[in-house]
Design a protein. Sequence first.
Length: 300
Amino acid sequence: MSHGDIRIGTLVQGSAGAGYIRQIVPHGFESFQLTFWQRIPEGLNLKTLAGEVAGALDEAAVTLSGSKPVISSLAVFGNPLQDKVCAESWKQCIDACALFECDLVAGFAGALAGEPVPDAMKQYKKVFGPLAKRAADKGVRLAFENCDMGGTWHSATTNIAHAPKAWEMMFDILPADNVGLEWEPCHQMVSLIDPLPQLRQWADKVFHLHGKDATVNWDVLRTRGLRGGETVVHHRTPGFGDTNWTDVISMLRMAGFKGWIDIEGWHDPVYRGELEMTGQVHGLKYLQQCRGGAFVANPK
């Protein structure tokens, strides 16, 4: 008996690999998303990496999830619609999932830089149609993060999958059951969207969550506006932001979600630098508490 339905973990750069995991796994992280920026580094052997990571996880203690930590997913954050090497990295991750004993590849959907979101749909289907089919054949799911990467509806940069209207278009043009979202409240709050009603609507398409929150500086917004040159929204580690993650996890469980919330650190304006891991471990414990605390079996 355990909290095995929803595990709480963190992100790890793929190039840091097993060595980094060994250093932080004693803190109690239950899962790890291995991430790659834009592409898998040349010369990095995923089979070798998988063996090294498996060794690090085997050495770990059982967590509050009720089992040893696992790899939740592999992720590539680049522009696969315009970068063929990035698209090839998605393919490599799909093929490598079995090595890491996971079934999920996440990342940006890509974009036609400088062009409106709808203009990229044809290229999106061209690139991800075959990738979704390849993934389905291997029992793998694909999930798109909801970060706008500084782009807008009328001028995207790296990722078209940052707004519900785009999701509707993407899932309509490529209606694959194994294609969904890697969601987090933060990026919606940056757009001044209330994340909880959105999650309720889209929960069945959420395959993975990034544990990242935000604080909206309403006083700045009301007195300086969005274009006043001041920060309106700060990205935060869970436990330091505005979102009630008890509600998030309750909503996920009511929707039948089973998966992972992996903390995306390195963004908090306060818990950074020497306080980075302090903040992440606080976020881990906070999310575990929002999940209900330690598992307690019912009396027989």
